[in-house]
Design a protein around this ligand. Structure first.
Ligand SMILES: Cc1cc2nc3c(=O)[nH]c(=O)nc-3n(C[C@H](O)[C@H](O)[C@H](O)COP(=O)(O)OP(=O)(O)OC[C@H]3O[C@@H](n4cnc5c(N)ncnc54)[C@H](O)[C@@H]3O)c2cc1C
Length: 252
């Protein structure tokens, strides 16, 4: 592979925590909540890739003792000049501490974040990109579309119905294909696989990014590889795992 097409890993020395203060809650869809925070402490904050994640530390000690829970979220938008930081929350069934906190949060509430500790930067030298995911991946997908307004990007995304299709900011070369499946079938890869198999062809000029429930990610990655698409041109992550709290999965 050409050097300019290599995926590059960057480490940030920004492990320290920052405090975010809730400024505004915007219900983007019935199950999608965007929270705009103010942050007076951007300092050395750095997020080099749209699929970076921060750790969100839930306030307060847990009832049974131990460390406060933390969960991974995408820095959807951040602007040091205006002190703005946005995190978008997919409101799922069986909400854990992060989702419960977001639902209950009110202006003035504070929460701490840490990171991103690193970034995996996908080369911008490919002719085309496929971004495939579920609700948890939409913040990273939206950020990617906004950061690459002129690139050829095909988004394939699963949500529970037409009312959950987010209004994405699309450039002239961006295409979006929505797949609908009920929320209780979020761990089923059937719809995404059918859409992928109908329209994706292996291509040495294309990079494929996948983020969804871990089992769905695994199935999609295998389906992409089965087309003969090069492994080095796939990045696949399990953003959560059906029936398990605080679980992510990496596929190298
Ligand atoms: C790199 C990265 C970036 C991420 N960015 C975002 C983001 O910007 N926005 C976002 O909403 N999520 C994002 N996620 C996913 C998020 O971290 C998980 O969904 C997390 O489990 C939510 O925490 P919780 O406290 O709500 O639920 P947990 O306590 O972790 O889990 C409780 C229950 O809910 C289920 N569950 C968890 N997430 C989902 C889901 N999305 N849909 C259906 N059921 C679920 C679990 O299987 C479990 O049964 C990201 C994950 C990663 C790895």
């Amino acid at each position: 592979m050409d050097d300019e097409r290599k995926t590059c890993r960057i480490r940030h020395e920004t492990a320290r925590r920052r405090t975010l203060t809730v400024a505004e809650k915007v219900q983007l869809t019935p199950a999608y909540l965007s929270i705009r925070f103010t942050c007076a402490d951007f300092g050395d904050f750095s997020s080099a890739s749209p699929d970076d994640h921060i750790k969100l530390f839930m306030p307060g000690a847990p009832a049974g003792g131990g460390k406060p829970p933390m969960r991974d979220y995408t820095p959807r938008l951040f602007d040091e000049a205006s002190g703005t930081f946005v995190i978008d929350f997919a409101l799922h069934e069986d909400p854990g501490p992060a989702t419960a906190w977001a639902i209950a949060a009110k202006p003035g509430d504070t929460v701490e974040i840490g990171g991103p500790r690193g970034s995996v930067v996908i080369s911008d030298a490919f002719a085309a990109y496929w971004l495939i995911g579920d609700e948890s991946a939409l913040p990273a997908i939206q950020r990617r579309l906004e950061e690459w307004p002129d690139k050829q990007i095909h988004v394939l995304a699963a949500v529970s119905g037409a009312e959950e299709e987010l209004a994405l900011q699309l450039g002239a070369n961006h295409r979006v294909q929505w797949v609908h499946r009920p929320a209780h079938e979020a761990a089923s890869s059937t719809g995404l696989l059918a859409a992928l198999e109908a329209s994706f062809r292996a291509d040495s000029e294309t990079f494929v990014w996948i983020a969804a429930e871990a089992g769905v990610t695994k199935d999609l990655r295998e389906a992409v590889l089965a087309t003969g698409h090069p492994l080095s041109q796939i990045k696949a992550s399990g953003y959560w795992t059906w029936g398990q709290a605080d679980t992510t999965a990496k596929f190298e």
